[in-house]
Design a binder for this molecule. Structure first.
Ligand code: ACO
Length: 402
């Protein structure tokens, strides 16, 4: 019953674009996506080349500084990160304050906000040196925070970082190591996790990145902006999809493994039933990241002594969906997170940690996008308009007359 035409006229022809389906919020030089062709490039470099030949820290440098680093630049970047992996001792105490079953994404965003309280002399978005060190601190400390969120959830002591290890190996050791048991990081798994981080490192103006930019557009500091990004990422339609996929696969297994029956429920649009890990706002073709992850899942899971029955269910789901008109006509393909959860599970991560891993990967993208925004002379505070559809003016009625 709403006359949108009249409303638009009244508001002076603002654009109504719910979900920003067709509205650009900024111009950017960081990431290129052609959703119809299934192309993704960071700073011009194709994602498959980066995934195969680069490392996460190199890609982080590329995203943040707009150039592949020289060996010396990369070594300096890695060293800077290495010397900032410790959290202040007071920060370690925070982890004791959360309930044992706290969701690690909530712990992560709280801890990122808390970081800003320790670095109050270096929060100015207009000071390039302060921006630089804030980004380094975040890159260095997020794996420590993520590992602590996990350790807390299982009641284990919080370790200190081991800066003789590289970025991903250090994170794995903090997560899975114990003071009482020698823990050697499996270099093959570390390499796969590094590659998964590369695949997640940026994806232009997705929900969490747009959130980081929107919060930052008010002049809020990098920590506050990134904490908001973590919260945006936690939702099941975004980063939370990786854990939702595994829960879905597990549910299908528990229900007897009838994949066709599940697909019928999806197609009937049963409330709350979606094929998680399928579909994307921008990709109307196979997500190029999903193809790389699928291959990695096959490789990692084939090395396991006991095959994971969920992998078979995932393969079957994909096969059925890609041949079904419901999915074909809507151009629904697996997205990056259809297969990642199976790898994370094989590595020993509990389902609740999956989205935290996404956040670790996405961090350099958030930093790069936030920096691009603050350096853009055309940057303005983000302030969308609305179409008011509420009551016309009415006279206040005193409480005793209602
Ligand atoms: N399962 C079943 N049907 C779907 C799915 C799905 N996963 N995704 C979309 N559809 C259907 C919708 O019901 C809709 O059908 P209709 O035209 O009959 O109404 C049509 O496809 C278009 O879907 P929209 O919801 O309009 O697409 P939108 O671009 O708004 O949503 C999204 C994209 C959120 C990713 C969606 O596909 C989805 O919910 N997927 C599952 C969750 C998921 O995997 N999220 C991760 C995204 S990638 C990332 O953040 C890493």
């Amino acid at each position: 019953g709403i006359d949108v035409g009249a409303l638009l006229k009244e508001t002076g022809y603002v654009t109504l674009d719910q979900g920003f389906v067709n509205t650009a919020s900024c111009s950017s030089t960081i990431t290129y996506i052609d959703g119809d062709a299934g192309i993704l490039r960071y700073r011009g470099y194709p994602i498959d080349q980066l995934a195969e030949r680069s490392t996460f820290l190199e890609v982080s440098y590329l995203l943040i500084h707009d150039a592949l680093p020289t060996p010396a630049e990369l070594a300096e970047f890695a060293d800077k990160i290495r010397v900032h992996t410790l959290l202040q001792e007071e920060m370690r105490q925070f982890f004791g304050g959360f309930p044992r079953d706290a969701h690690p994404m909530a712990v992560l965003s709280s801890a990122v906000t808390a970081l800003s309280t320790f670095y109050q002399d270096a929060l100015d978005p207009n000071d390039p040196e302060q921006v630089e060190i804030s980004g380094i601190r975040l890159m260095a400390k997020l794996p420590t925070i993520a590992a602590y969120a996990y350790k807390k959830s299982i009641g284990h002591p919080l370790p200190y970082p081991d800066n003789s290890l590289d970025y991903v190996q250090n994170f794995l050791r903090m997560t899975f190591g114990l003071p009482t048991v020698q823990y050697d990081v499996d270099p093959t798994l570390a390499k796969v996790l590094d590659m998964l981080f590369i695949l997640h490192a940026d994806h232009e103006q997705n929900c969490s990145t747009s959130t980081v930019r929107l919060v930052g557009s008010s002049g809020a500091n990098l920590y506050s902006s990134v904490a908001a990004g973590v919260n945006a990422l936690s939702g099941p339609l975004h980063g939370g999809a990786n854990s939702a996929v595994l829960e879905m696969l597990e549910q299908i297994r528990v229900d007897g493994g009838d994949v066709d029956a599940f697909v019928r429920r999806v197609k009937a649009k049963e409330k709350g039933v979606k094929l998680m890990g399928f579909g994307h706002r921008v990709y109307k073709n196979y997500d190029p990241r999903a193809a790389i992850v699928k291959k990695a899942a096959q490789d990692v899971l084939s090395t396991m002594a006991k095959p994971d029955p969920l992998l078979e269910i995932a393969f079957k789901l994909e096969e059925i969906a890609l041949a079904d008109d419901y999915f074909v006509s809507r151009k629904l393909y697996p997205n990056v997170d259809f297969y990642t959860g199976l790898i994370y599970k094989a590595m020993g991560f509990p389902t609740k940690m999956f989205t935290v891993l996404f956040a670790l990967g996405r961090l350099p993208g958030w930093i790069a996008q936030w920096r691009e925004m603050v350096n853009d002379p055309a940057n303005k505070i983000g302030r969308p308009r609305q179409l008011y559809t509420g009551s016309p003016e009415r006279e206040f009625v005193p409480i005793d007359k209602r």
